[in-house]
Design a protein around this ligand. Structure first.
Ligand code: NAD
Length: 304
């Protein structure tokens, strides 16, 4: 019977570490007048509103300013970007944030309205302020295992795996999903840890070969966004299962793995909710502090 990988408890531990990291930064840069500042761009959807409120509360509790309420593309200030916002208006906001030295991190919530392409908006953000690790330059650094600021969800998956104590070297790892923000970056991180890594996607499913890959996975990361995609009887006995999926079924949030049956087969399993999600938010904060540190350091070098 699998032990739960408790994302909330991991997030609490990270919060303590981040508070102490911020104190260290204040000692390292005693002349810094600015507090770390994260700007969040959210569109007017129920999911984004819930996520942004949670993110703002955590940021403020760590001493990271958010100023989310100043985001506006209309005459009346609003916390949310209207769904029919133009690309030009978004470009102007990101441009202003990129050039504002008091802003250290930028985070854009998904889902995006159809007129805003995810690749386009990722490439607009200053790579030094990209706390989600989605700018092409940061994605490329990940390929060479040189990423300082990486994909939040992928890094969260690795924190959860670390909690199990498993040594990834030589293990069979299988990732379901090949998106730019989750599947691909987590594959790179598993490779960095010398796991033998297979990446599966819609094509694998169409070919009817998902089950055979899942069955040999010692570490399974599922990020497809399809409820109950993975039944428990596919899971290898003793596997570590990380469920990234967030789906709403009958008003309840569930993952991509059939939790109860998978728990019976696994050694460790992350629940949804309460698994990857809370740790992902904390990684955004860790990336924000890292962006803050780098920007303070750059300013110090320029002034010396
Ligand atoms: P996406 O839609 O961009 O990508 C989905 C991936 O799954 C694709 O690679 C696709 O080929 C694959 N896929 C879809 N259906 C499949 C099937 N039937 N069989 C095999 N592969 C299939 O999604 P995403 O942005 O990568 O997000 C994936 C899931 O993770 C979503 O549920 C999302 O809400 C969730 N998510 C959670 C967090 C978190 O912090 N917990 C963060 C980001 C995303």
């Amino acid at each position: 019977m699998g032990e739960l990988i408790k994302g909330k408890a991991i997030a609490e531990k990270m919060k303590v570490q981040l508070k102490s990291q911020l104190l260290d930064l204040k000692r390292e840069f005693p002349d810094a007048t600015e507090e770390p500042n994260l700007r969040i761009l959210s569109f007017d959807t129920p999911a984004s509103k819930v996520y942004q409120r949670a993110q703002v509360a955590i940021a403020e509790s760590l001493g990271i300013h958010t100023d989310a309420q100043e985001v506006s593309t209309t005459d009346s200030p609003s916390r949310w970007c209207p769904w029919d916002v133009t690309p030009e208006a978004i470009e102007a906001i990101i441009h202003e944030w990129n050039n504002n030295p008091k802003i250290h991190g930028i985070f854009v919530h998904q889902p995006l309205p159809p007129q805003i392409s995810p690749q386009w908006i990722s490439s607009l953000i200053d790579p030094n302020k990209d706390v989600e690790g989605i700018h092409p330059q940061n994605s490329a650094r990940r390929f060479f295992a040189k990423s300082r600021i990486g994909s939040c969800t992928a890094l969260a998956c690795m924190e959860l795996i670390k909690e199990t104590g498993i040594d990834l070297e030589g293990k069979e790892a299988v990732v379901i999903g090949h998106s730019e923000i989750v599947g691909r970056p987590v594959t790179m991180l598993l490779l960095d840890a010398l796991a033998t890594t297979t990446i599966c996607h819609v094509g694998t499913n169409k070919a009817g070969r998902l089950k055979e890959h899942v069955q040999r996975a010692e570490v399974l990361v599922v990020a497809a966004g399809k409820p109950k995609l993975i039944p428990g009887d596919w899971i290898k006995e003793g596997a570590v299962v990380i469920d990234v999926g967030i789906n709403v079924v009958d008003g309840k949030v569930v993952g991509d793995v059939d939790f109860e049956s998978a728990k019976a087969k696994s050694s460790w399993i992350s629940p949804v909710p309460g698994g990857v999600g809370p740790v992902t938010v904390m990684i955004v904060m860790r990336n924000t502090l890292e962006a803050y540190r780098q920007q303070l350091n750059n300013a110090k070098v320029q002034n010396s």
